[in-house]
Design a protein around this ligand. Structure first.
Ligand code: SAH
Ligand code: SF4
Length: 371
């Protein structure tokens, strides 16, 4: 089922302008709608005070609404992370996570809190935050270590539903880009590159409407090779992260069956050919599974795989659960793995677990809610 066609959220400036023109309104009403929906994140048409009352009434009569998704539930972690259960128009739910001072940090563009902002004022005590957003209801890729995989895929999200998660969280948190710094990671439920057109439209709306630069967004893919190529050709694109999770084909195929379709040779060729911008690095994520892919020998295989690529690696200790056939490695084992990569000159970070007490961490989304 699709989002109802009467949702303004998801329409770009041109589409909103056409809507206004179609009702005999001047073209600039399109811009006013665009600002109201994306910049101001107003959730009710009758609050859009820039529009004449009769035009607001007409839009409502025609069945138009902003279409901001509802926050059905909210779980707050002791570390400040908030996990939202976001309810879509057809009753399906996805999860969106707010991480104050989140993991998007080390992939930032070098500017820090306290930067000069418009008018010479200095952003006060604001520290960056990261929003982790979903791209599909469930996921079809079937990685063996992932909770979302257990759901299968129900449907793609519309562009408006992707942006809507972010707009709703920003509203809830009272945060206003671009004055306040927000990173977006497409690392929630779903495989973004299996919903490519809607993903890219949501990126454009976030940049042009909400005011979040693409340099502060990261899309994570399990390795949909043809889309990695397409993504590299986009004029406007976020940074790219690839989930590696296995250091050789046998191992990667075992934990990510998709490797049988696009193997490591295909994947690393696409990674090598990916046109990085100045100072940009390609991120590889590697979920560590005790006794499966966390041996020193496997770290050395990873070094060989990424040789020659301007890469950085994020190591993620498995977020465990009884539904999963794997265990989390001991700290020592994780740091030993990291040391081998660092010694080979690859910037390697161990991801801080976030919101574990509320099951907000990567791969755990939708684990604890009724479906
Ligand atoms: N589908 C995309 C993005 C969503 S998953 C992808 O796979 O890249 C985001 C990240 O969470 C991926 O790097 C994935 O490998 C990781 N992940 C999935 N399940 C996990 C788990 N149980 N513990 C830790 N990380 C997990
Ligand atoms: Fe899908 Fe990513 Fe989970 Fe794999 S890790 S099943 S691609 S959400």
């Amino acid at each position: 089922m699709q989002i109802p066609s009467n949702s303004l959220l998801g329409l770009d400036l041109q589409e909103l302008t056409n809507l206004a023109l179609g009702s005999g309104q001047p073209a600039y009403r399109g811009q006013q709608l665009f600002d109201a929906v994306y910049r101001q994140k107003i959730d009710r048409l009758d609050e859009v005070s820039t529009l004449p009352l009769e035009y607001r009434a007409r839009l409502a009569q025609e069945g138009w609404a902003v279409g901001l998704p509802a926050m059905a539930r909210k779980f707050v972690s002791s570390d400040g992370t908030v996990r939202y259960l976001v309810e879509l128009a057809d009753g399906e739910t996805v999860e969106t996570v707010w991480m104050p001072e989140g993991d998007g940090g080390e992939s930032g563009d070098g500017s820090e809190a306290g930067d000069e902002i418009e008018g010479g004022a200095v952003a006060a005590a604001w520290r960056r935050a990261t929003i982790c957003v979903s791209s599909q209801v469930g996921c079809a890729v079937g990685c063996k270590f992932c909770f979302t995989a257990l759901l299968g895929v129900k449907r793609n999200l519309e562009a408006g539903e992707i942006v809507g998660q972010i707009a709703a969280v920003l509203r809830e948190q009272g945060v206003d880009p671009p004055l306040q710094r927000v990173n977006i990671v497409f690392m929630g439920m779903g495989e973004p590159f299996l919903n490519y057109e809607n993903l890219m439209k949501s990126v454009r709306l976030l940049v042009e409407g909400v005011g979040i630069p693409e340099s502060r967004m990261t899309v994570s893919t399990a390795g949909i090779v043809p889309r990695i190529h397409d993504f590299g050709q986009e004029a406007l694109r976020p940074k790219l992260a690839i989930s590696l999770n296995g250091s050789n084909d046998a191992l990667r195929s075992e934990v990510m069956p998709l490797n049988r379709k696009w193997n490591l040779a295909d994947l690393m060729k696409a990674a090598r050919e990916f046109p990085l911008r100045a100072r940009e690095r390609l991120t590889f994520e590697y979920v560590l599974l005790a006794g499966v892919n966390d041996a020193p020998e496997q770290a050395r295989e990873v070094v060989e795989l990424v040789r020659g690529i301007r890469a950085k690696i994020n190591l993620i200790a498995l977020n465990p659960g009884t539904e999963l056939p794997y265990r989390t490695p001991e700290q020592d084992r994780i740091f030993a793995f990291q040391r081998i990569l660092v010694a080979a000159g690859i910037p390697t970070f161990v991801r801080r677990p976030r919101g574990r007490d509320i099951f907000a961490a990567c791969g755990q989304l939708k684990r604890t809610v009724e479906v």
